[in-house]
Design a protein around this ligand. Structure first.
Ligand code: SAM
Length: 285
């Protein structure tokens, strides 16, 4: 079985090929998805990404899904997890009503949290944004409410710790020195406006921001539009990928890692629909 986990962050399994913009450990290949996938056609039995699609613009997301379809074998399964726009919107409306009916501090705080879930990750200008600040200092927002929305990882309880090699540390140092030099140059040429724009632009490119959101209708349509078949909503522990639950990606033991998710799978049936326009890097595997 060949399996690919795209934008894995710190959630990966060694039985899979794992790639991310930022390689948190040597087991993860650093790669920018916007360049296409660095694999040949029809390679993988399963392709998975969790909370990645929403970080791409709609055009880039469609291209990325086309790439997923291209590298899947016929009959292969694409599994996608995204924050569920429908679930968030329903919970927002529920907390709005509760806060309007009874403006207790807790009801107001829950409503504020749901507003953050809708907006903060699209608009924030620094890492963590207002959600991060609220997680650190919840005030009246019940912690079980936040945990119920975002899962146990919110407690900083991610499964895998970072192990950085010397090469990874050096390349991080080089990247941060280059950024600092560029910031100094922009500030000299364009003053504080240029400096702030550069900072914001760099942050927007960092992979943290959401650039779109999906629900069961829009994701299903997107998957069929790019040529995948039989899109189906599933639970965290259900999959058409063999033994998926054993890899601990969407569930860790009995706990769903990201409870705010919409999980959807589709099958690559027709090869022609997804045949490569060949990404520039497709032969680099
Ligand atoms: C919210 S995290 C999800 C991480 C992991 N899949 C999970 O479920 O915990 C989004 C991940 O997408 C990655 N990402 C965002 N844009 C990317 C890009 N252009 N290329 C590769 N990875 C990207 C980020 O680096 C980050 O690790």
């Amino acid at each position: 079985m060949k399996l690919l986990n795209i934008g894995c962050g710190r959630c990966y399994h060694n039985a899979w090929t794992n790639i991310d913009l930022v390689a948190a450990t040597p087991e993860v290949r650093a790669y920018d998805l916007r360049r296409g996938l660095p694999y040949q056609d029809d390679q993988f039995d399963g392709v998975y990404h969790s909370h990645v699609l929403e970080h791409l613009t709609p055009d880039a997301a469609a291209s990325m899904l086309r790439e997923c379809a291209r590298v899947l074998k016929p009959g292969g399964v694409l599994r996608v997890a995204v924050p569920d726009l429908e679930g968030i919107a329903r919970e927002y409306l529920r907390t709005l009503q509760a806060a309007s009916d009874q403006s207790t501090p807790t009801n107001i705080a829950r409503h504020r949290w749901m507003t953050l879930e809708l907006i903060d990750q699209m608009t924030r200008q620094r890492t963590g944004g207002l959600m991060g600040q609220t997680i650190r200092e919840p005030g009246e927002t019940p912690q079980e409410f936040i945990r119920g929305r975002l899962g146990y990882e919110v407690e900083g309880n991610a499964k895998v710790k970072n192990h950085k090699t010397l090469g990874m540390r050096l390349s991080r140092l080089l990247a941060s020195t280059r950024k600092q030099l560029a910031l100094t140059a922009v500030t000299i040429i364009d003053g504080s406006t240029g400096r702030d724009a550069y900072r914001e632009g760099r942050f927007r490119q960092s992979g943290e921001l959401h650039r779109w959101m999906y629900d069961r209708v829009s994701l299903s349509r997107l998957l069929t539009d790019i040529g995948m078949d039989h899109p189906q909503v599933c639970h965290a522990d259900e999959s058409r990928i063999d033994r998926f639950d054993s890899y601990g990606l969407d569930r860790d033991g009995q706990r769903v890692r990201k409870p705010d998710s919409l999980f959807m799978e589709a099958i690559k049936v027709s090869q022609a629909a997804t045949r490569s326009t060949s990404s520039p890097s497709a032969n680099a595997a």
